[in-house]
Write a protein that binds this ligand. Sequence first.
Ligand code: SF4
Length: 241
Amino acid sequence: CPEQAINYDIKKEQFTTNMESCSDCKKCIDVCLEGSRIFWGYTATADEIFKEVQKDSIFYYHSGGGVTISGGEPFLQKNFVRELLKKCVFQGVNTAIETCGHVLWENIKFVLPFVDTLFYDLKHMETNRHKKITGVGNGLILENLKKIDAGPQNFPIIVRIPVIPTVNDEDGNIRDLGEFCRNLKKLKEIQLLPYHRFGIETYRKLSMPYDLETLCSPEKEKMEYKAALLQDMGLTVKVGG
Ligand code: SF4
């Protein structure tokens, strides 16, 4: 590695890559005899992705399904996402987008005319706690959701709440999130998503620390109890995505 980004971790007995030093030159991939170093992702235009979408158009036509763009954060690539969704809409393919909401309002507004369903993540109603668990406060996220709800488009909003034990699963927080959602005119339902551990392997491959490694997924009964808290407030709730 010309950047000295690859090191052997004696304690973990594995190679790690310092992604801050990595320049993406891919030289390590070319010389790795075992093929254990691979490069994920590729660059593509909206036209190229739309050609892939069209291959499945017969299924969309019969099932009413369509294209969901998730992340990372789709609204950070507003030009690409708008272009792709516009093509889908003109071809009669349903579109959905999944966002964390922590993006400039201008980016969201630019894409919204081509969205049929919006999935919006909410995690905590106390901004200080939100900052502690995600690195940012919740002000922009809640403000953007209110603006979307008040906007001219008439698509349904599905709020997704990851339920993470000891992080955001307090009854008070679930109720506060419910109270906020109750005021949304476009809300179709709330989806409570139990924390899962699928990301651990991905983080390991990327040599990134995974802070929630010791947490277990919440039990089914606990998820049903949290759902009941919201249902008692008159909200439509689904456990799972
Ligand atoms: S791609 Fe591989 S060789 Fe290139 S800088 Fe990153 S770790 Fe080093």
